[in-house]
Ligand binder design. Structure first.
Ligand SMILES: [Fe+2]
Length: 302
């Protein structure tokens, strides 16, 4: 180590994205570097787009989503917007309830619809999935998620998975997920964990899983962008995976990730925080109505 060059923390030799000297923001791109973002996602399975949505837009999105969340609790929205996950409040008085999710948020929040249809978002999805990729109204729409850690909350973290594992019997894949961040993330309020490059591994459907869920008949045994087997088994819960990283974001950032990417979400360490985001995806495979888009599958496999 005697020959190693000391790290200059004040160095100005950062990347054009403003990344720090250690390169830990290498996955953060502004709208003027979409080609680089596209390439990064193909290589590593995830990327962050920063600077597309301004503060006024995020304020409007937050207001609309929080209002919809309250409306779910109050029962003033159609039942399909609720997830039936209601948790009684801390003191057990059952006088207040909490909703972690608003399903089909794009139908009640105009800014969510606008974000999904944003030309930059859509153009990126078309690069990865082909010109006729589509969003997913059939399953549960785009979902507003409030993953706060307080005791009133029943969704605070999620274990290792790839999104493909949620429907290994479906032909909607490949897909790329988007997450519009209402709150920035940190160890304080929880954050996304990913294994860069794991989207290329042929990951098994979860025939062994922690909650005993049955893998549907007709499921493919494994999927990924190559036939290469994962070097380690996907952990059942929250264990550390070799090579995993934390992806911290700011309010207004968008995380894109491939549906084959291994990811999980770490729970917040401060109880009085919130981690709220809007989550959905674009798909390039076969719609539930059976229409086939072979060329999109081909495009996405590049
Ligand atoms: Fe996921």
């Amino acid at each position: 180590m005697s020959n190693s060059k000391p790290i200059d923390l004040n160095s100005s030799s950062t990347t054009p994205t403003g990344a720090n000297p250690f390169g830990t923001d290498a996955w953060i791109f502004f709208p003027d570097r979409l080609d680089a973002l596209e390439t990064f996602l193909r290589e590593y399975g995830f990327a962050v787009l920063r600077g597309l949505f301004d503060e006024d837009f995020m304020n409007a999105m937050e207001l609309e989503c929080v209002n919809a969340q309250h409306a779910v609790v109050e029962g003033t929205l159609p039942a399909k917007h609720g997830s039936a996950i209601f948790v009684d409040d801390i003191d057990g008085s059952k006088t207040s309830k909490f909703a972690n999710y608003v399903l089909y948020a794009e139908e009640v929040c105009p800014t969510v619809r606008a974000a999904i249809d944003d030309p930059t978002v859509k153009s990126l999805m078309q690069r990865w999935l082909g010109p006729h990729c589509w969003t997913d109204p059939e399953r549960f729409g785009v979902v507003y998620q409030d993953a706060r850690p307080g005791r009133e909350s029943s969704y605070t973290r999620i274990g290792w998975h790839s999104d493909w594992q949620s429907g290994p019997n479906l032909d909607v894949w490949p897909a790329v997920a988007f997450t519009f961040h209402v709150d920035g993330t940190s160890p304080d309020n929880g954050f996304l964990r990913v294994v860069p490059g794991s989207h290329k591994w042929s990951t098994p459907a979860p025939f062994d899983n922690v909650n005993g869920a049955v893998v549907p008949t007709g499921s493919k045994e494994a999927m990924g962008h190559t036939d290469e087997a994962p070097p380690v088994a996907m952990p059942l819960r929250f264990e550390k995976v070799p090579g995993e990283i934390a992806v911290y974001v700011d309010r207004g950032d968008i995380i894109f990730h491939d549906a084959y990417l291994w990811h999980s979400a770490a729970r917040a360490t401060s109880d009085d925080t919130t981690r709220r985001h809007v989550r959905g995806g674009y798909y390039g495979g076969v719609r539930a109505n059976g229409a086939r888009y072979d060329e999109f599958v081909k495009n996405a496999a590049r």
